[in-house]
Design a protein around this ligand. Structure first.
Ligand code: AMP
Length: 283
């Protein structure tokens, strides 16, 4: 992979990298298409990264279909699919970890200890192997995107991070490889995440500005869904991911809900139309 990418760079081709864990859906394909717009060549990594899964999580049952993924990637003009074996990424003796301490600590980092260190470590390796000009990540994993932006700024990585809006099913459910775990009767509860975001916008439009009151109302709504358990409901500043007391133009609603005791789903959304993307650009 490294040699192939170096060959392209020597021929003055630009490269975009889309890191994934495979089992592609339209969300992944949208990131790949964005890569095609930005760069001459798109590399997609397909690696179910063992070190970002905790004990008892779904590493062993994570959905996989390499042949289908290969066809889909090809159909949107991806030049290379990089799918290393775990032992090639983490050979015996491997002992280094990249950690973004602040942004990775709360939200999913609190529910999934070690998760973001696994993510930043593998993404650091991928950046060094591929050395892309751009790397594209989905806002579906909003905290992950923030953690990676921070890592790249802090470590002076010469790669431009591009965030892509959440791609949803026609009914509003955020696309996710894990949606295949949902039974048909659990779909209704899963849709509650999107509905909670829309509800938050409605309440804000109706004059609610107190984050604690709004959060409590959204929790009540989510708890009313059959089979839903709340992991977190947080109104945070989109840049710092710190909890807010008053809603403002930077508020992001962050949700993690467990459905039927088994399927952990995340979703998020801005509560106003202002964008925080520009604030991440180096000055
Ligand atoms: P994953 O394979 O789930 O690790 O996701 C790979 C990349 O695709 C990550 O940057 C995700 O944020 C992004 N992604 C996953 N689902 C979506 C979606 N529904 N919309 C936009 N991006 C997504």
């Amino acid at each position: 992979m490294a040699q192939w990418a170096a060959g392209l760079r020597a021929a003055d081709s630009t490269l975009a990298l889309v890191p994934t864990m495979g089992f592609f859906h339209e969300g992944h394909l949208a990131l790949m298409r964005r890569g095609r717009e930005l760069a001459d060549k798109v590399v997609v990594s397909l690696f179910v990264n063992p070190i970002q899964f905790g004990p008892g999580e779904d590493l062993d049952r994570y959905p996989r279909d390499f042949e289908r993924d290969r066809r889909l990637a090809e159909s949107v003009g991806v030049s290379a699919l990089f799918s290393p074996e775990p032992v090639a990424m983490y050979p015996p003796g491997f002992q280094t970890s990249v950690a973004v301490s602040g942004l990775g600590a709360g939200l999913c980092g609190a529910s999934r200890p070690g998760h973001f260190n696994g993510v930043t470590t593998v993404v650091a390796k991928l950046f060094n192997i591929v050395r892309p000009d751009w790397a594209i990540f989905g806002e579906k994993d909003f905290q992950q995107l923030a953690v990676i932006r921070r890592m790249v700024l802090d470590l002076d990585w010469p790669v431009k991070i591009v965030g892509h809006p959440i791609v949803r099913e026609a009914d509003g459910l955020a696309m996710s490889s894990r949606n295949v775990y949902l039974r048909p009767d659990e779909r209704e509860a899963a849709l509650g995440l999107r509905r909670a975001i829309l509800k938050a916008r409605e309440l804000l439009a109706a004059g609610w500005t107190d984050a604690a009151a709004l959060g409590a109302e959204l929790e009540r709504f989510l708890l009313s869904l059959h089979g839903a358990q709340i992991d977190y409901v947080r109104l945070v500043d989109a840049l710092t991911l710190q909890e807010q007391t008053k809603i403002d133009g930077r508020t992001r609603l962050m949700l993690a809900v467990r459905i039927g005791g088994r399927v952990r789903l995340i979703d998020n959304g801005a509560l106003t139309s202002s964008s925080t993307e520009a604030a991440w650009l180096p000055s």
